[in-house]
Design a protein around this ligand. Structure first.
Ligand SMILES: NC(=O)c1ccc[n+]([C@@H]2O[C@H](COP(=O)([O-])OP(=O)(O)OC[C@H]3O[C@@H](n4cnc5c(N)ncnc54)[C@H](O)[C@@H]3O)[C@@H](O)[C@H]2O)c1
Length: 422
């Protein structure tokens, strides 16, 4: 039987020549994974060699679509562990629900595959630690799916802020003002015949099937998702942190609720999280899931404040010092991660794979994990309803057993445990 690491005993390094075609397998194909697939099909030097999904309808449909677009038929897998045994596959591109991300990444590293993994790259704080350990131990190329780190406008804005254009930054804000409707209330049922519910759940605590989980609305249940701060929001949280050039905070507070309607969703549709750093600098994140105003044009975006002025993504990051005083954009800045300025996040991943050089990656796993862990800190503070003191060096809340226990899963089903030793 295939257990957590059983069957994944072989190790291989990607040893093709730089001109060889990279064989990628896309995992989780309903929404974002189909975007991965179409992007790889359009890129040079890469082939979608396999697809994996636990929804038999989607797997068959995507297989046929890939064959039509690419001209070759991908292999189809229901069970990710069997996909990892396929020696032809060089990399996996993971777009499953959040509760699977860390486990799939760790297993892939153990099987000698490179990984593109969607944000948030871990569902719990503890999983993030294990992912970083696995990537380093097995020396894999792993890109976090924060594509704003490859976005030219964002990279320019970060370079300008880091060069001091708005003075000394003291506060960075991320906004997720994205209206979402209610999801209703549905009864638990038997899982449908087209879904492997056991594999869909994977490392998550076992629950009866509910149609409100599959597909997409699992985001609003704590057992699988991380709310909108960990969905759309983690993109802007990551950018906010990038502006500040900071890691994990020393204090976190978060409050909010699920306002405006009653439904089965558990996560807040309105949430404010504040993260404070040792030097007093602030990262403030806000989710607004009902209709709301913008801020200088930003709704899903970022604002960054310095001693001389501020910038908003909503107007293309114009630097403003006074109501009508706009600073001219600077030339000659050193962009983070040069060269190949206009390279997409996926092309960047493939280039890093070919060079076997993680320094090429625009979103190395360490950065992606910190942003995912910030989500976990905020949601822990939200669920406990109090301000939490955090020790970034020891990576735990200070003298708070209850909060610390929430940084990992309470129970993990046999065969799907995140290994303590990766
Ligand atoms: N980077 C971005 O801009 C972006 C955009 C959208 C979504 N995402 C991320 O992509 C991920 C997927 O989001 P979505 O909206 O496509 O979700 P979704 O629920 O629509 O699709 C998830 C797919 O994964 C499949 N799946 C579940 N368990 C599986 C398993 N064990 N093996 C193989 N397949 C499995 C499901 O059957 C489904 O087809 C999320 O983590 C989300 O945060 C990122």
């Amino acid at each position: 039987m295939l257990g957590a690491t059983a069957g994944l005993t072989f190790l291989r390094s990607w040893s093709h020549s730089p001109n060889d075609t990279i064989n990628v397998a896309v995992v989780g194909l309903n929404g974002q994974g189909w975007g991965h697939t179409r992007t790889y099909i359009q890129l040079e030097g890469v082939r979608v060699a396999a697809l994996c999904d636990v929804d038999a309808r989607i797997l068959a449909q995507r297989g046929a679509q890939v064959e039509q677009l690419q001209g070759t038929r991908p292999k189809l897998y229901e069970d990710y562990r069997q996909l990892l045994e396929d020696k032809e596959i060089d990399a996996v591109s993971i777009a499953t629900p959040n509760h699977w991300h860390a486990m799939m990444t760790i297993w892939a590293c153990q099987a000698g595959k490179d990984v593109y993994v969607e944000k948030p790259v871990c569902w719990s704080f503890h999983e993030g630690e294990k992912v970083v350990e696995a990537v380093r131990k097995y020396n894999r190329i792993v890109q976090g799916g924060h594509q704003f780190r490859s976005d030219l406008t964002t990279r320019h804005a970060v370079a300008r802020v880091h060069a001091g254009e708005i003075g000394e930054v003291y506060m960075s804000r991320g906004l997720c003002y994205k209206p979402r409707g209610p999801i209703g209330i549905q009864k638990d049922t038997d899982p449908p015949a087209w879904l492997n519910w056991e594999l869909w759940q994977g490392p998550a605590e076992r629950r009866p099937f509910n149609p409100n989980y599959v597909h997409y609305n699992w985001h609003w249940f704590w057992n699988y998702g991380n709310g909108d701060i960990g969905n759309q929001g983690v993109h802007q949280l990551d950018v906010a942190r990038w502006f500040l050039n900071k890691g994990l905070p020393v204090r976190v507070h978060s409050t909010g609720g699920r306002y405006g309607y009653q439904d089965q969703g558990e996560t807040p549709n309105t949430q404010i999280a504040t993260f404070e750093y040792e030097d007093g600098k602030l990262l403030v994140f806000e989710v607004r899931g009902l209709f709301t105003n913008d801020e200088q044009g930003a709704k899903i975006g970022n604002l960054v404040y310095g001693s001389l002025g501020y910038m908003s993504s909503g107007d293309g990051y114009k630097a403003r010092r006074a109501p009508n005083e706009e600073l001219p954009p600077r030339d000659g800045l050193n962009l983070p991660n040069p060269p190949a300025e206009a390279e997409s996040h996926y092309a960047n991943f493939l280039r890093a794979m070919r060079a076997r050089d993680p320094k090429i990656l625009r979103c190395p796993i360490e950065e992606a994990v910190i942003s995912a862990q910030m989500v976990c800190l905020a949601n822990t503070a939200y669920r406990l309803g109090r301000v939490l003191q955090f020790d970034p060096a020891r990576k735990q809340f200070i003298n708070d057993r209850e909060a610390n226990s929430m940084l990992r899963r309470a129970r993990m089903p046999k065969g799907f445990e995140i290994p303590e030793r990766v």
